[in-house]
Design a protein around this ligand. Structure first.
Ligand code: PBG
Length: 326
């Protein structure tokens, strides 16, 4: 006898893990995770204080870590260099040095773990003595002069063997300019993962600590987006798609799930989301203090980002999550 005369009971589909597995709408797989890695010119690896569990790798340590992650099912990495102050200048010229750290790292990964897709960051902040993603003159970020250097940077990365270049600088017109520069030099197969909607976020704090790349003066609000805006993300995405982006990114991920969903609905391009350093650190810190279960929180946060519409997720948890998923 049905006490409440209730013919429809959604809980029936949640009765057991077997049934929950059948009706699950979002499935995470290691193949959709991208592992961001920090590197430096030193010969030894350095644990990062601002990002517990993450390391600034030597070239040797880097290739070993990429190989370890690949064995766990991670097929893509993105690289971030820490550049010595002596190699920084206002125009960030070290970013297009064919003998620089990033070209060497790309080649080393391609030699030792050829099955891994190498994605490279296109922006001047690790190389720029002002700590900005663009060239600064009298306190102003110069858009078009920056784009010229970004094209040189993307070409340098392509020459070294990068599979995908990822402009994270938020200058206007850079996707089209980079596409044209790559095509002119015969790199028609190198893809562009555009940081289409990158917000001026407090959640990047630990990353800037890891690379010592915080702006020396001012903030990034004249190029990164206002966290209050979603329609503007559509406008940025529309432009990047028209300019030839192959994939679009939203960054950060967790506080911007609505933006991920919006771009998913609007565009047929693959959508990436970046679970940034501050999102990572929040989970790490809560787990360390014993107030949250790390494994459950990590997998829930990644599932939420995928459910919102992200096809791929950049996360510092990538190898650990891959291990948990298999
Ligand atoms: C800069 C860049 C940043 C991150 C990736 N690329 C920081 C910034 O814009 O200041 C942040 C990533 C993270 O916080 O994990 N081009």
């Amino acid at each position: 006898m049905n006490e409440f005369d209730l013919p429809i009971r959604p809980r029936r589909n949640r009765r057991s893990e077997a049934i929950r597995g059948l009706v699950r709408e979002t499935r995470l797989s290691p193949s959709q995770l991208i592992y961001p890695l920090f590197l430096h010119e030193d010969k030894t690896d350095t644990a990062l204080e601002s990002l517990p569990g993450q390391t600034r790798w030597s070239l040797d340590g880097l290739t070993k870590e990429v190989a370890r992650a690949h064995k766990l099912g991670i097929n893509a990495v993105v690289l971030f260099p820490k550049v010595p102050d002596a190699k920084k200048n206002p125009t960030g010229d070290e970013c297009w040095n064919d003998d620089g750290l990033i070209p060497h790292a790309i080649k080393a990964i391609k030699e030792t773990v050829p099955g891994v897709a190498v994605i490279t960051d296109v922006a001047l902040d690790p190389y720029n003595s002002d700590g900005h993603d663009g060239i600064v003159r009298d306190g102003v970020i110069l858009n078009d002069e920056t784009v010229d250097v970004l094209c040189k940077q993307a070409l340098c990365q392509a020459r070294a063997g990068a599979d995908i270049v990822a402009p994270s600088d938020m200058m206007d017109g850079r996707v089209g300019a980079i596409r044209a520069a790559l095509d002119d030099d015969g790199f028609t197969d190198v893809g562009i993962l555009s940081y289409a909607a990158k917000y001026a976020s407090a959640f990047y704090g630990p990353f800037r600590g890891a690379l010592d790349s915080a702006p020396k003066a001012g903030d990034k609000k004249t190029y990164q987006m206002d966290p209050a805006n979603a329609r503007e993300a559509l406008r940025e995405a529309e432009l990047d798609e028209a300019e030839g982006a192959d994939m679009l990114m939203v960054k950060p991920a967790g506080p911007y799930l609505d933006v991920i969903s919006l771009l998913r609905d609007f565009s047929s391009l693959p959508i990436a989301a970046y679970q940034v350093s501050g999102e990572y650190l929040m989970i790490k810190a809560a787990a360390k203090s014993g107030w949250m279960d790390e494994r459950a929180a990590v997998l829930e946060s990644l599932t939420g980002v995928a459910r919102a519409g992200a096809d791929m997720i950049l996360t510092y948890f990538a190898p650990q999550a891959a291990e948990w998923l298999s």
